[in-house]
Design a protein around this ligand. Structure first.
Ligand code: FAD
Ligand code: NAD
Length: 515
């Protein structure tokens, strides 16, 4: 791990320091599994007594994989080489008393309790964002958890069984078998692709009479699917879904309402009528991005009031070392955190003097970026591309400061992905292990994420990949590549084995069509 430099820390001889970790997701599991149990006494608290391998959830919705292939019991993760490295309580954290260093929790089985900490690591993830649109939670399905995937599968099967009944009218069959996906990001695209495969490869065998009634619509507010991928990958995904799997794409269309039987959307095309159009549905998957979980909303409301006129970032504001602002012994990682690094513009004077009279140029800053990025992550290669700068002009102090302010403004916190949450967990464990004394932690270098690429399954046996050195747009090796990457990313051999067996089972015997 290259984020934290090896250092000769003073050996720690004190009693184990109490670390409370909230959550059992990508960030928390990668944190506590890498922590030195000789220095820290770890307690993990989460309402979920298992880790979820989220990238495979769309495959569970369609029955391509069983739920067991993407969960890992936390109890087994709290042991390393036969030694217990963490305690686990199955509970929700409901409140944090930062002053007295206590978390309050509600057990899943009923009852409350409190736990004291020396360090608190908040890694409670995110939930689906409904953007305040009324009735979405009551009428649509989300896909963040294994339970969601199982509920979706049950709903789809129920709709097929209902549609197959003799008394169901043709019109009702069309409605029951219209599956709507809202959001054309990777969750929406992969889910639509898995539903379409399931219907084409399996349901068509068992319900051939219903296939003319089946339709899938994917509604996306932007002008293309997979908006964070290059446009040619988006175009490939759109072609595969529409031409091979007959998914109906509604681009530049924003959903504004969902009720039990219909969704309403408005067109974003310039000059188009703003009158909502209606689509009848039998099932809606809401995949429009991530929002804050209740605990995060509460901490923000109580500790980080909105600065008037300034839209705040999503998530708990943390500094470049992932410490919650104003709370040096509390850390936040993964989807629930938003890094707000120290501003370069505020250090302009110091940097200007450092550069010396001859050299306050963008190129000077570029040359020193690798070192300075250890304090200001906005200078890391992933965040600012110095190679693109044309001018090597000597800048007077005020222009140098404006240039730094531009870099500050261009900074975006790490995206809410599993790969970033994992890197943050490993980074923080390394900081904790190498800097066991509280005062050393403050000097740790900033977290800088590495981008290893993004993959998505787009249906019909085709996957796409946006990678650092090349891209993949389908092809017969794309799906084996996608599977190999995710198998390797699984955190134990147990899940890898279950996953491989499930893929083999689906390949030879098809998906289950029971509930
Ligand atoms: P999570 O993994 O969501 O874990 C949060 C944990 O906190 C959970 O255990 C939860 O139960 C717990 N928790 C919640 N509230 C509390 C509370 N009050 N007290 C205690 N514990 C609490 N990213 C990729 O990089 N690649 C992919 O292919 C990919 N595919 C995805 C597919 C789907 C369908 C989804 C939904 C996401 C996908 N992501 C992917 C994104 C990735 O899953 C998230 O970015 C990642 O899970 C974030 O990790 P986390 O640890 O912050 O949160
Ligand atoms: P996202 O934010 O990536 O995409 C949501 C999409 O929904 C956007 O394109 C947005 O324009 C659209 N949208 C929002 N509101 C809408 C509305 N009312 N009507 C129509 N469209 C609307 O969300 P996601 O796909 O859930 O992904 C969340 C995070 O998880 C992202 O960081 C993503 O990279 C990650 N993820 C990665 C993978 C992968 O790498 N294969 C898979 C799933 C999720």
């Amino acid at each position: 791990m290259k984020n934290v430099k090896s250092r000769n820390a003073k050996p720690y001889t004190g009693p184990p320091q109490k670390v409370v970790v909230l959550g059992t997701g990508w960030a928390s599991v990668n944190f506590f599994r890498h922590l030195d149990p000789n220095i820290y006494d770890v307690t993990v608290i989460s309402p979920r007594n298992y880790f979820t391998f989220t990238p495979l959830l769309p495959s569970v919705c369609a029955g391509t994989l069983s739920p067991l292939s993407c969960i890992e019991p936390v109890r087994s993760l709290t042991y390393r080489n036969g030694r217990k490295v963490a305690d686990f309580y199955e509970a929700h954290c409901t409140d944090v008393d930062f002053k007295n260093r206590i978390v309050a929790c509600d057990s899943r089985q009923g009852g409350h309790f409190k736990v004291k900490y020396d360090y608190l690591v908040i890694a409670v993830g995110s939930e689906s964002n409904t953007f305040g649109i009324k009735d979405v939670a009551a009428n649509a399905f989300f896909l963040k958890e294994v339970e969601h995937a199982m509920a979706i599968r049950k709903k789809v099967m129920n709709n097929f069984e209902l549609a197959a009944l003799p008394q169901t009218s043709e019109k009702e069959r069309d409605r029951l078998l219209h599956f709507v996906v809202v959001g054309g990001g990777p969750t929406g695209v992969e889910s639509a692709a898995e539903f379409a495969d399931f219907i084409k490869e399996d349901m068509s065998k068992y319900f051939p009479q219903l296939i003319p009634h089946v339709s899938i619509s994917l509604i996306e507010g932007g002008s293309r699917l997979l908006g964070t991928y290059p446009p040619d990958i988006s175009a490939f995904a759109e072609k595969t879904l529409t031409e091979e799997l007959h998914v109906k794409l509604l681009l530049r269309s924003t959903v504004v309402g969902v009720d039990a039987t219909s969704v309403r959307y408005v067109s974003n095309e310039p000059g188009a009528s703003k009158e909502p159009k209606e689509l009848l549905h039998g099932f809606v998957l809401w995949a429009s991005g991530v929002g804050e979980v209740p605990l995060v909303k509460k901490i923000i409301a109580e500790n980080f009031p909105n600065v008037e006129g300034k839209p705040r970032l999503r998530g708990l504001p943390v500094d470049a070392q992932l410490r919650l602002l104003n709370q040096p012994n509390v850390y936040a990682l993964g989807d629930c955190a938003a890094i707000a690094p120290p501003r370069l513009a505020d250090a302009a004077q110091e940097l200007f003097s450092k550069a010396g009279a001859a050299e306050p140029t963008p190129q000077w800053l570029g040359r020193h970026a690798p070192t300075l990025a250890q304090q200001f992550p906005q200078l890391s290669p992933l965040k600012f591309n110095f190679a693109k700068l044309q001018s090597n002009e000597h800048l007077p102090a005020d222009q140098f400061k404006s240039f730094l302010a531009e870099i500050d403004a261009a900074y975006r916190p790490p995206a809410p992905t599993a790969q970033n949450a994992r890197q943050e967990g490993i980074y923080l464990a390394k900081v904790f292990n190498e800097c066991p004394h509280p005062e050393e932690k403050a000097d740790a270098p900033a977290f800088q994420e590495t981008w290893n690429g993004s993959l998505a399954y787009v249906g019909s046996g085709q996957a796409v990949a946006h990678l650092p050195y090349f891209n993949i747009k389908g092809g017969f090796l794309s799906l084996p590549f996608w599977k190999a990457v995710y198998t390797q990313m699984q955190i134990t051999w147990r899940s890898r084995t279950i996953c491989l067996f499930d893929w083999l089972k689906t390949f030879f015997a098809g998906r289950d069509v029971g509930r």
